[in-house]
Design a protein around this ligand. Structure first.
Ligand SMILES: NC(=O)C1=CN([C@@H]2O[C@H](COP(=O)(O)OP(=O)(O)OC[C@H]3O[C@@H](n4cnc5c(N)ncnc54)[C@H](OP(=O)(O)O)[C@@H]3O)[C@@H](O)[C@H]2O)C=CC1
Ligand SMILES: CC(C)=CCC[C@@H](C)[C@H]1CC=C2C3=C(CC[C@@]21C)[C@@]1(C)CC[C@H](O)C(C)(C)[C@@H]1CC3
Length: 435
């Protein structure tokens, strides 16, 4: 319940009424610790310096010895890598500030205010690509190999940045006037730190949540992919395998599409309802250092696919992208008052409409289906020598199924019995006839 002045009432933020997600504080703690552990494990368990992907045999005594020695933990830190990472992050912030861009408004918040966002992420990506092309033209692929060589140091720097962002925003959320996220102030530090206590933490006009969800992580993902291709080229006399070309082009395309459609993010649940906590702050680390696993694997496992397999994998990615873009575009158009295909819909008591034909008549998240097909297309070029390069597909399936369940609950609260009516018309959650 919100008072007439749009202020959040104490009953609305009553910690005792917070409905836990992610299994509450124990789940939040497990993810806070587990995600960085998985990120490092996906490196040490899939790296040529450590025996391959995965190593044919693991000396567990040596692993135990390393984990109990301070020098090993100290070795995760690399000052040069951290400096490189901070310089990159500063580039993304300065580009946001200096590059021109249009200003778009987000959805009204529960206090009645509307945030304005500067949209120039795609311009920043083009600048990054331009700088990379210039370096490649002048110095060749060699300079980019530092990202492959300094992987652990860069991962550590990014993980610490995620932690610093989340802790800084958590502490700042106790100031007067901070608009809190309804689900992120249970009173339990671990849970609120993970989920995010403040809805839209900002520094001046820089919205930290949308900035960090979209920019430093996705752009570094593209840069890491390019660096992996360059590292493979340096090792193979300038030749890049068709499998590497596929992975790098697919993923750079995905990043470019996301940043080109930056405005569409401002209506996602992350922006409209989730607080900015460690979960979303991890985006700046998960996107570049987990999503680029296939490209890193292909550096030391250069796989030649040949034209037939290349065409088949290309077809899978194109189909996935078509579904992803068509479904997201259909809903974004509809939410912006356009219905060029005269799609059918139901009008809910709240006045908002829900599509019941087209892609959103086939399932409740057809866009997820497209995204998952693309995730598969990114793994197929690595062949079938190891399940580790399919980790993203598995992780992403779990993430999207959980996200679908969270979104279903949010829509049930938003639309009540109209959502039940919609679910009777559209029974499939993601993949028609499957789930
Ligand atoms: N690569 C990655 O790591 C990730 C990628 N993604 C991708 O992000 C994209 C966005 O996903 P997500 O943010 O989960 O949200 P969705 O794009 O799935 O949209 C869900 C929202 O759309 C609205 N909606 C639901 N059904 C209908 C309907 N029938 N007609 C009109 N509006 C409807 C509801 O909001 P309302 O009614 O309030 O408008 C609902 O909350 C997806 O393509 C997903 O694949 C997401 C997470 C991670
Ligand atoms: C449990 C845990 C550690 C969760 C972290 C999840 C995040 C990595 C993702 C949550 C929602 C995301 C989105 C994208 C990337 C991953 C995260 C941050 C996204 C920016 C990818 C590109 C898409 O086109 C998108 C813009 C629609 C998408 C928005 C959601």
């Amino acid at each position: 319940m919100t008072s007439a002045k749009g202020k959040t009432t104490s009953s609305e933020l009553n910690p005792r009424t917070t409905r836990y997600e992610f299994l509450g504080p124990p789940g939040a703690l497990a993810i806070c610790i587990g995600t960085p552990v998985v990120m490092y494990a996906m490196y040490f368990g899939c790296a040529e310096e450590y025996g391959g992907c995965p190593p044919p045999q693991v000396d567990w005594a040596a692993v135990a010895s390393a984990l109990t020695s301070w020098s090993w933990w100290r070795g995760l830190w690399d000052t040069q890598a951290a400096s490189l990472y901070l310089a990159y992050y500063a580039f993304v912030v300065v580009s946001w500030y200096l590059l021109p861009g249009k200003y778009v408004q987000g959805l009204p918040m529960r206090n009645g205010q509307v945030k304005t966002y500067k949209v120039n992420a795609f311009a920043t990506l083009l600048l990054l690509f331009g700088i990379s092309a210039g370096v490649l033209w002048r110095h060749g692929p060699q300079p980019f190999t530092i990202i492959y060589e300094k992987w652990v140091g860069l991962l550590t720097a990014s993980t610490l940045m995620s932690f610093a962002l989340a802790l800084g925003c958590y502490l700042a959320s106790f100031r007067d006037g901070a608009l809190l996220a309804l689900g992120g102030n249970s009173g339990n530090f671990i849970y609120d730190f993970f989920i995010g206590r403040e809805l839209n933490p900002s520094i001046g006009s820089l919205d930290l949540k949308s900035f960090n969800e979209l920019r430093p992580g996705l752009m570094l993902w593209a840069l890491v992919d390019i660096a992996m291709a360059c590292t493979q080229a340096v090792r193979r006399g300038g030749h890049v395998t068709d499998s590497m070309w596929l992975v790098v082009l697919f993923q750079c395309w995905y990043v470019a599409d996301a940043l080109y459609n930056e405005s569409a993010v401002f209506t996602t649940m992350d922006i409209t309802s989730d607080g900015f906590g460690f979960m979303l702050a991890l985006a700046i680390t998960i996107e570049p250092f987990l999503y680029s696993l296939q490209a890193r694997y292909l550096v030391f496992n250069p796989t030649e696919l040949g034209p037939v397999y290349t065409a088949m994998i290309l077809a899978v990615n194109l189909l996935g992208y078509y579904i992803f873009r068509a479904a997201n575009g259909e809903k974004n158009d509809f939410r912006n008052g356009r219905n060029p295909k005269n799609l059918q819909y139901i009008t809910t008591e709240s006045g908002r409409k829900l599509l019941t034909s087209g892609w959103w008549g086939r399932s409740r998240h057809p866009n997820y289906m497209g995204d998952l097909l693309m995730a598969l297309a990114w793994s197929l070029p690595t062949g079938f020598n190891t399940p580790l390069t399919y980790f993203y597909v598995i992780y992403f399936t779990i993430l999207l199924v959980h996200r679908q369940q969270r979104d279903d609950e949010a829509c049930r609260k938003k639309y009540g019995k109209d959502w039940e009516k919609y679910k009777s018309i559209v029974p499939w959650r993601i993949v028609p006839c499957l789930y």
